[in-house]
Design a protein around this ligand. Structure first.
Ligand SMILES: Nc1nc2[nH]c(O)nc2c(=O)[nH]1
Length: 462
């Protein structure tokens, strides 16, 4: 949306503000002025006087304004297979669920995308991503359904067009009927980028090239995927170094660990971000720092699947860009990102750095600016600065859950999940009092339940 000749302004005043800019500038009581889809001004005290075309004024007393949360790893389709294989590690969990996932179709994927997006958006996510890697033959336009769901909800979105081509017959983990051919996956990925990727400053939809994981893709798909992403000028994404089993798999098949394997195929770089990165030694972290490869840290999923604790403090110290991920909701049933700020902080304190691992402001940065960095959008979103896109959240901090905590950032990170009074994406409000304004939440709840039941029936009779 190009700024119009006479911009329409929204003026918000009397809020605590955490900008998450490079200096971590905060205001105890400040203003935010939105002009069309951009932040026009932000600062201490009331908004400048004499502003024209003010269409709305918000008194944000009792609120903290932060940048909108940015989710960097998810698998939306898993919304309709939550609560299954609850006591499994990654490989056993995947083997248990692949046969069901291989039966998804377009209506199921649309409903699951709506459920996943709704759960995140009502909790302050303004930019979402979906790593979708299961494309059963004849299942319809799954990418189109996912992108349509994000567009309808009004959330900024990256589709990571995933793929799998290494099945059991080639030494991989997925069953033979769950994968695509290498050529088919590459062609479909290119088509999706050409059809849907928007490279503009205020893009609402972007597409990344995203082969799934070392044990579900061929070396050719990884190498050609990296080449395709660079030829098309889009980002690349995959899973890496998630578990000890994956590490063993890579050593046995490729004679090296996951990070060296990814580097040997061209799948490290400032245009790549990788989910999990739990089992990284010093040299792996140095390789990520040298190449500026990003990390999607998924603390709840890593705990749910007993994968381990990623070395986030070491990554940050080395200069690795790190964002947060919900991960698919078959391995993180809550489906929320705002609670991942707290979980990232707490889980990392169980790691080697203990109480010095992460503080509240670092956790907020992971969920905002860090996420924008790994999605390649730090110039446009992730911090509240004049000229950036108007993606932000008003967290209510004067209620029972937070009012007795003096510091607003501590309140929303250490405290209970804070209520979202309002959430704006691209200058448009999409959430009011924790309710989505753009879609019917009850209809989504009904549809996702019906599609989960339909999938379970189909899988049981297969
Ligand atoms: N946490 C997850 N890890 C994965 N690896 C892989 O190949 N698929 C998955 C997944 O769905 N979740």
């Amino acid at each position: 949306m190009a700024p119009s000749a006479a911009p329409q302004r929204i003026v918000i005043e009397n809020a605590a503000i955490a900008t998450v800019d490079a200096q971590d500038t905060e205001y105890a009581s400040g203003h935010l002025v939105v002009a069309d889809n951009r932040i026009e001004s932000i600062g201490a005290g009331p908004a400048p006087e004499g502003l024209e075309n003010v269409v709305r004024r918000i008194d944000a007393t009792g609120h903290l304004i932060t940048p909108g949360l940015v989710n960097t790893h998810h698998h939306f389709y898993q919304w309709i297979t939550r609560g299954l294989a609850t006591d499994h590690n990654l490989f056993n969990w995947l083997v248990a669920l692949y046969p069901t996932w291989a039966r998804i179709d377009e209506p199921m994927v649309r409903a699951a995308a709506q459920g996943s997006l709704a759960m995140m958006a009502r909790g302050g996510v303004t930019t979402a991503m979906d790593h979708h890697y299961v494309y059963p033959q004849g299942s319809g336009d799954l990418s189109g359904a996912i992108i349509g769901a994000a567009r309808d909800m009004g959330v900024r979105f990256t589709l990571a067009r995933g793929s799998m081509d290494r099945s059991e017959k080639d030494g991989g983990l997925p069953p033979d009927f769950a994968v695509e051919t290498t050529e088919g996956a590459l062609a479909a990925t290119e088509e999706t980028v050409k059809k849907h990727h928007d490279a503009s400053f205020d893009a609402m939809t972007q597409v990344a090239v995203a082969p799934c994981s070392p044990f579900s893709i061929s070396t050719e798909l990884l190498r050609e995927g990296a080449a395709l992403g660079r030829r098309l000028g889009v980002r690349m994404h995959t899973h890496g170094s998630e578990t000890v089993e994956e590490e063993k798999f890579c050593h046995e098949l490729f004679g090296m660990g996951p990070t060296d394997y990814f580097e040997s195929t061209g799948f490290l770089g400032e245009d790549v971000w990788m989910a999990h990165c739990v089992h990284m030694n010093d040299s792996d972290i140095a390789a990520f720092a040298r190449t500026k490869t990003g990390v999607a840290h998924c603390p709840s999923s890593n705990a749910r699947l007993a994968a381990g604790i990623a070395r986030v403090p070491d990554m940050l110290a080395a200069g690795v860009p790190v964002g947060l991920g919900v991960d698919g909701t078959a391995s993180n049933e809550s489906g929320e990102l705002h609670t991942e700020l707290r979980n990232a902080l707490l889980i990392n304190r169980l790691g080697a750095h203990k109480e010095a691992a992460l503080n509240a402001r670092q956790a907020l940065r992971l969920g905002t600016y860090g996420g924008a960095q790994v999605l390649g959008r730090a110039g446009q979103i992730g911090s509240l600065e004049a000229g950036k896109l108007a993606d932000f959240v008003l967290w209510k901090i004067d209620g029972i859950g937070h009012s007795s905590i003096a510091d607003p950032v501590t309140a929303i990170v250490f405290g209970a999940a804070a209520p979202v009074t309002a959430s704006f994406v691209n200058g448009k409000q999409i959430v009011e009092a924790n309710r989505l304004l753009t879609v019917d939440e009850e209809a989504i709840a009904r549809d996702t339940r019906a599609e989960a039941q339909r999938l379970a029936r189909i899988a049981a009779s297969a």
